[in-house]
Design a protein around this ligand. Structure first.
Ligand code: ATP
Ligand code: MG
Length: 365
């Protein structure tokens, strides 16, 4: 069977590394040459996501299409919804909802989930009164990642200042959100199979630095009841799309209550611990789900930590990582990106153990 993926970054790379040993051929399409996915053997088509002819050629080469990047242009997703030549997992509708923060939070509310209060801000709606209490976070409606395109607005004056510049650039739509003073951030990584079965290891706890994921701690140190509730919400979300594959769902915890923040219709950075949790990785499960296999039965993940390695002080981080590798509880996953830049995710390191057991140097990676 031939798997094709739109996008060619590290998520595609790690899917490819699971797919090939299972006997699948792996293809990727993206505008980038020498991509992380291509470097581990994915057969690459370099093309924009909206070239109809390149897309049709790509579909002719594969049996099943998936995604490792969620910001695929909507016309391409509409085309994929309507074509019959290739099965597409997850359903393009999940990406259409995930890439628009207003549609996404509206969908969450329809399912009965708690979210931050929100308001769809456009040139027109900016004339209306907004009943959300300050402080706010204003996020670009689309294309945000790692906290990019977000500003904190503390009062009316700052909001008025924001309005003077907010509609001059290409981002003419925003989502205003109430700031949730959360105690913890967690996520659920879940894989739904074609027969409707779900595999989920339970919540992972996440810490961000400068709005970028820094550390994930599995299992999350939260009450059992909250963990079960988060799994139930993520399952309900997956079912609402008839989702097939792996997805990541992000939550805030405030006063023992879950607030749904956002979801990613693909394997997720906070799920990288699964590669070394001594059970099945999120990428393996994704590949097995989209190719029509049934879930594994013996799923027993062990405590694991994941630390992101950014491009900021990459050489020093690599030195440290190599030191840590002398202990076989550490595993290094580098993405083979061409250039290291500040804030760019270059790789991650997993530790098979707990925060109490980890070498303090791990936190300096
Ligand atoms: P990523 O792609 O890294 O998940 P993103 O750019 O899509 O990020 P969010 O996940 O919505 O955006 O926000 C990034 C981080 O900013 C969150 O993990 C959280 O720490 C903080 N944040 C976002 N929204 C809120 C909110 N309403 N209240 C408090 N903190 C928030
Ligand atoms: Mg997020």
């Amino acid at each position: 069977m031939k798997i094709g993926v739109l996008g060619s970054g590290q998520l595609g790379q790690m899917m490819c590394l699971e797919a090939v040993p299972l006997g699948y051929s792996f293809y990727c399409l993206s505008p980038d040459a020498n991509s992380p996915s291509e470097k581990v053997g994915a057969k690459a088509t370099v093309s924009s996501y909206d070239s109809q002819s390149e897309l049709e050629n790509f579909l002719n080469q594969i049996d099943v299409l998936s995604f490792e990047f969620e910001n695929i242009p909507k016309p391409t997703l509409d085309f994929l919804k309507n074509q019959k030549s290739v099965t597409v997992f997850p359903p393009p509708q999940a990406l259409i909802i995930a890439q628009d923060r207003f549609l996404e939070k509206t969908h969450f509310r329809k399912l009965g989930f708690r979210t931050a209060e929100f308001f769809h801000l456009t040139m027109d709606t900016s004339k209306l009164d907004i009943s959300i209490e300050f402080p706010w976070i204003i996020k670009t409606l689309r294309f945000g990642y790692d906290g990019k395109g977000q500003v904190k607005v503390k009062n009316k004056l700052e909001y008025e200042y924001f309005l003077t510049s907010g509609f001059q650039n290409e981002h003419s739509e925003y989502l205003i959100e109430e700031v949730i003073p959360f105690q913890k951030e967690i996520s659920i990584i879940l894989t739904r199979f074609q027969n409707g079965d779900i595999v989920c290891y339970g919540a992972v706890e996440n810490e961000h630095k400068n709005h970028i994921l820094d550390l994930s701690i599995f299992p999350a140190r939260i009450p059992v009841g909250l963990n079960l509730e988060a799994i139930e919400m993520a399952s309900k979300l997956a079912e609402s799309f008839q989702y097939v594959g792996t997805l990541g769902v992000e939550f805030f915890i405030k006063d023992n209550q879950l607030y749904l923040n956002e979801f990613a219709p693909r394997p997720h950075n906070t799920g990288h611990f699964t590669q070394d949790c001594q059970s099945f990785s999120q990428f393996y499960l994704h590949v097995q789900a989209i190719t029509g296999n049934t879930p594994p039965t013996d799923v027993r993940p062990k405590p694991t930590l994941m630390k992101n390695i950014l491009g900021n002080s990459y050489t020093e981080s690599l030195k440290l990582a190599n030191e840590l590798l002398k202990d076989d509880r550490y595993r290094l996953h580098l993405y083979a990106k061409e250039v290291a830049k500040p804030g760019r995710k270059m790789g991650h390191m997993n530790f098979k153990g707990t925060l109490e057991e980890v070498n303090p140097l791990f936190h300096e990676l």
